[in-house]
Design a protein around this ligand. Structure first.
Ligand SMILES: [Zn+2]
Length: 235
């Protein structure tokens, strides 16, 4: 094996490492996990919305209860007063006040009924979401596990490739490896390549027969490069 064919082997492993890393950052399991997370967040938000609605309605019901008691007390007081007054004008005034408080009291009852319906409706909708939330939680847990095992699988694959790459690079000199790394910055998959007929395997341009002949005639310590892209050429 020539130095460059050893380098080609290193490049094959480097490409496999890049592909594995690309797969690691584009995992379907990652997309699935995000979707499951969003689905659960949406259900959590709906439940929180119903909780807030129930809380607000219950707070208003407590306030109404307090006001209703106050109205009842007032009515008792006014009715007592009514029994003691003699002057008809005073009695009329009291009756008007009793009528007003009674109307207010009845409006409070109506509002309380409305709020109880709101609470009942929100509680029903909330209850219906609880099993949906539980299943979204379990979908998310499975998605997290699937993602973790997919990552572990590819991490192990990369670790193996990196180990393989170190072993393969041992036979290539530091200087050649450094040039290869520099070339790889521009052509990650084609820093070193073979010719297909007269065509460079990296840039796919044809090299003249004259140039190919002089590359073939190069001494062993000189490395042929494509005149178009600079890729090392392996014969
Ligand atoms: Zn080329």
């Amino acid at each position: 094996m020539t130095v460059l064919s050893d380098l080609l082997v290193v490049q094959t492993t480097d490409i496999a490492i890049s592909q594995a890393k690309h797969r690691l950052s584009h995992l379907q399991e990652s997309i699935d996990r995000d979707a499951a997370k969003n689905a659960l967040a949406e259900i959590d938000a709906q439940i929180a919305g119903f909780d807030a609605e129930i809380l607000a309605a219950n707070e208003e019901i407590s306030k109404i209860d307090r006001l209703s008691h106050e109205h009842d007390d007032k009515l008792i007081k006014l009715n007592k007063q009514l029994k003691t007054v003699i002057a008809p004008r005073e009695a009329e005034a009291l009756q008007r006040e009793i009528a007003m408080v009674t109307t207010e009291r009845s409006a409070l009852d109506d509002r309380e009924l409305e709020l109880m319906a709101v609470v009942e409706d929100a509680e029903r909708k909330r209850s219906a979401l609880v099993p949906v939330q539980a299943s979204a939680k379990s979908v998310l847990a499975s998605a997290i596990m699937a993602l973790s095992s997919a990552k572990q699988r590819i991490d192990a694959e990369i670790a193996l490739l990196v180990e393989q790459r170190s072993a393969q690079a041992l036979v290539v000199s530091q200087a050649v490896l450094a040039t290869y790394e520099a070339k790889r910055k521009h052509r990650p998959d084609g820093a070193v390549c073979r010719l297909t007929g007269p065509t460079c395997g990296s840039c796919h341009l044809d090299i003249s027969q004259g140039e190919i002949n002089s590359m073939r005639a190069m001494p062993i310590d000189e490395f042929p490069e494509c005149p178009h892209c600079g890729s090392f050429i392996v014969f």
